[in-house]
Design a protein around this ligand. Structure first.
Ligand code: HSE
Length: 398
């Protein structure tokens, strides 16, 4: 028998409980071992829950119980969750999590700790919710040198942008609708300012290129400044605006540039057609070319299903399911100022500018115009080219 403890019985944690309750027998058969949910750690009680009698409030009970082999951390944050994860791994208990902030911030250290203690630290659910992405990247794409990872990594912002594009809602109205539908938190900062996508591109890049990329190395811009005017200008040129997490490996020295920012993307591109709360991740490898992963990037049951699959993997591998990457540092990354793209600019003034295609927008404010540059430029080249223009919006074109 393998005993499991869940830390945090909120949305994802209770989804994990639900899957164990519904599919417990099937899960045990699949891994040829009985998987038993022994404890649930939470501040609250859950009367009426089938596992109500397993709820405890003291992590040290789990930590000191030699029968607990796998800990599911679905608390979130980098405080108590970090502490519990270190304590569990130090005791040789494998940990499975959906906590992207913790993996992005302390993943290298926690993977090392797992390795040193002969156990595993797995986090498939931390990126793309229920979309299988980390396991395919580390297994099926293992023979490739990856060149680029780009994706729509946040369902909330993709929903908001979809509603701005499809229904003509303003950013504020689309955010309110997302909150009313339960797609956005009351405090939506982490989603709309790109922090959530930043954590996810850190995890994807660390796994994909083999060295930890930390959130502070990733320039991050969200969607809160995008206007309906930008949406209309983009449409007139055959583009849609999407928030991308992107990382590129430079062949000459193996350094990586990762960033999060809104982009204009050709409406024929598969990424432009990823709508609502769906996520998609496009990975480019030197042998395979482009591969795209698509699906529900959030939600209780899709995320919980990825967590339980990690638990099952650990049981099958008898605790020794290793993911690994090296530590990162200032020599791991190169600046986003060295990445060239064509650019979308919305500027003050009714202008025609050499070297750029002017976009049309029937609803445009008087005294503004928008362009897409003819040439790809780095940000310093763009700043030199756009000297004298009063720029009101500036996004890369992919
Ligand atoms: N708020 C996140 C999203 C949840 O919208 O993608 C999943 O990480």
């Amino acid at each position: 028998m393998v005993n499991v403890a869940i830390l945090g019985y909120g949305t994802v944690g209770s989804g994990v409980g639900e899957i164990f309750y519904k599919n417990g027998q099937h899960i045990s058969e699949r891994v040829a071992n009985e998987v038993n949910l022994k404890y649930i750690l939470d501040l609250r009680e859950f009367p009426g829950d089938p596992y109500a009698d397993r709820v405890i409030h003291d992590f040290s009970i789990i930590e000191s119980d030699p029968e607990v082999a796998v800990v599911v951390e679905t608390m979130g944050g980098v405080g108590f969750a970090y502490d519990c994860t270190k304590r569990a791994l130090s005791k040789g208990k494998s940990v499975v999590t959906s906590n992207k902030e913790l993996v992005a911030t302390h993943g290298y250290e926690l993977l090392q700790l797992a390795k040193a203690n002969g156990c595993s630290y797995l986090f498939e659910a931390s990126v793309g919710g229920g979309i299988p992405i980390l396991r395919p990247m580390s297994n099926c794409l293992a023979a490739n040198e990856l060149q680029e990872i780009v994706g729509i990594l946040n369902g909330t912002t993709n929903y908001i942008l979809t509603r701005m594009i499809r229904a003509g809602l303003s950013f504020d109205a689309a955010l309110k609708e997302a909150q009313d539908n339960g797609y956005a938190e009351k405090d939506p900062t982490a989603d709309i300012e790109g922090h959530d996508a930043c954590r996810k591109i850190c995890i994807l890049s660390s796994l994909g290129y083999g060295r930890h990329i930390y959130p502070e190395q990733v320039p991050t811009e969200g969607i809160s400044n995008i206007t309906l005017s930008d949406v209309a200008y983009a449409r007139s040129g055959g583009y849609r605006i999407k928030l991308f997490g992107r990382s590129i490996r430079r062949e000459s020295d193996g350094k990586v540039c990762a960033y999060v920012a809104p982009h204009l993307v050709d409406e024929e591109s598969p990424l432009a057609n990823v709508e609502d709360v769906f996520n998609a991740i496009l990975v480019t490898g030197d042998s395979i070319g482009d591969v795209m992963f698509y699906g529900r990037g959030a939600g209780k049951m899709p995320t919980a299903s990825a967590v339980v699959a990690d638990v099952m993997d650990i049981v099958r591998a008898k605790g020794k399911k290793l993911i690994t990457w090296e530590d990162g540092g200032s020599d791991t990354t190169y600046p986003v100022d060295e990445v060239a793209n064509r650019w979308y600019l919305r500027v003050a003034g009714d202008l025609f500018v050499d070297g750029a295609k002017r976009l049309r927008n029937g609803d445009a404010k008087d005294g503004e115009s928008a362009f897409i540059t003819d040439e790809a430029m780095t940000p310093p080249q763009l700043r030199a080219w756009a000297k004298g223009l009063e720029i009101r919006a500036l996004y890369r074109v992919l």
